[in-house]
Design a protein around this ligand. Structure first.
Ligand code: ZN
Ligand code: ZN
Length: 305
C-alpha cells in the first residue's frame, strides 16, 4: 500500500525566497491528506502536481499563521472549482469562527459541507479512521494550543498463498476466514494449518508529524517506534534559549527525540528564516541520530511502496 509524504512547505514563521510555511501532503493508498496549510500552499500544490479535488481530509496543528493562512484560499478555490463532496477539517475549535467570518463578509456560501473535528490540546485522541489508517492527535507543548498527528496503518489481513490453495483444493468461500487466520478443515477432516495456506502481512507503518513544540518528553511514549518521524527543528542548538522562550525545538533536540522514541528515520522541518542554508541543522541532528533528512519543498519520502 502506498504511504508517502511530500513536503510543500518547510519554513517557520515567515517564508523566504525558496521556502514556504508549513504544509505537507500524505498519499496513503492514493487518498491525499493535507497536514497544515501555510500561506502559498495552493501554489505549491500546483507546482508539485497535487490535486485539491483529491483531498478529503485536512489537519491543522494550531492557529499560528504559518500553519493555516493558506487554508481560506484553498477552501475558496475548492468552492470555485465546483466541489460538492464533504471536506473533513481537523483543527482547534476557533478555526471555525475564523473561516465563518471570512465567508460571511465575502457573502460566500460554500457549495460543499465542512465537517469539523475539533482537536483538544491536552489529550491524545483518535480523530479519524478509515479502512487504511487511524489518526491520533498528539498533544504538544507550544505557546498556544497545538497538536501533532500520528498516522498509523491498520493491521492487515494475512495473504493467501494461491499455489497452496489450489494444491489442497480449498473452496473459495473459505478465503475470507483464511485471511483472518482461521485453519481450513477439509471435507475428509484433514486440518490444514493457516500458516501453510497464508503468509503474514507486512507490519503496519506509521508517520508522526510533530510541529510546533518545545522539547518535551510528554508525547514520547505515543510516538515510540514510528517508521518516520517529522519533528520541528526551528533553530540550531546555540539558540537553545530562544527555542525555549518561543516554545520551539533545536535540531540537536529533534535528533534526541528520534533517538529516545526509537524512530526509524527522522525528518527535520520548520526552519527559521535566519538559516539561508540548512546543512548545519542537518549535521547537528545527525550527531545524535544519523538517519536524518531535511523535509524540504518538493521532496517525497516513502514510508511504504
Ligand atoms: Zn510554526
Ligand atoms: Zn507555532
Amino acid at each position: 500500500m502506498k504511504f508517502e509524504v511530500t513536503i510543500l512547505g518547510s519554513s517557520s514563521a515567515t517564508p523566504i525566497f525558496n521556502r514556504n510555511p508549513s504544509s505537507q501532503v500524505l498519499n496513503i493508498n492514493e487518498r491525499l491528506y493535507l497536514i497544515d496549510c501555510g500561506e502559498g500552499t495552493q501554489q505549491q500544490m500546483l507546482h508539485f502536481g497535487v490535486k485539491a479535488s483529491r483531498i478529503d481530509n485536512i489537519f491543522i496543528s494550531h492557529l499560528h499563521g504559518d500553519h493555516y493562512l493558506g487554508l481560506l484560499g484553498l477552501l475558496s478555490s475548492m468552492h470555485l472549482n465546483g466541489r460538492t463532496k464533504p471536506l473533513n477539517l481537523f483543527a482547534p475549535a476557533p478555526l471555525k469562527e475564523i473561516i465563518d467570518v471570512q465567508l460571511k463578509y465575502s457573502e460566500t456560501v460554500l457549495q460543499y459541507p465542512i465537517n469539523y473535528v475539533f482537536t483538544v490540546p491536552d489529550k491524545a485522541n483518535i480523530i479519524f479512521d478509515n479502512q487504511d489508517i487511524v489518526v491520533e492527535s498528539i498533544p504538544l507543548d507550544h505557546r498556544i494550543d497545538c497538536t501533532g498527528f500520528l498516522f498509523r496503518q491498520k493491521k492487515r489481513n494475512r495473504k493467501l498463498l494461491k499455489d497452496k490453495l489450489e494444491e489442497f483444493n480449498v473452496p473459495i468461500e473459505y478465503y475470507t476466514a483464511l485471511k483472518k487466520g482461521v485453519d481450513y478443515i477439509a471435507p475428509d477432516g484433514t486440518v490444514y494449518k493457516n500458516e501453510t495456506l497464508t503468509s503474514a502481512p507486512e507490519e503496519p507503518k506509521s508517520y508522526a508529524y510533530c510541529s510546533d513544540t518545545i522539547y518535551s518528553e510528554t508525547y514520547f511514549s505515543q510516538i515510540s517506534n514510528v517508521d518516520l518521524l517529522y519533528h520541528e527543528s526551528t533553530f540550531l542548538n546555540d539558540m537553545l534559549e530562544r527555542a525555549q522562550s518561543t516554545y520551539h525545538t533545536t535540531a540537536l533536540q529533534a535528533g534526541q527525540v528520534a533517538l529516545k522514541t526509537n524512530a526509524k528515520k527522522l525528518l527535520l522541518g520548520h526552519f527559521s528564516a535566519r538559516y539561508k542554508t540548512l546543512n548545519e541543522l542537518l549535521d547537528e541532528a545527525k550527531t545524535v541520530f544519523p538517519d536524518t533528512e531535511l523535509a524540504v519543498e518538493g521532496k517525497t519520502f516513502v514510508i511504504e511502496y
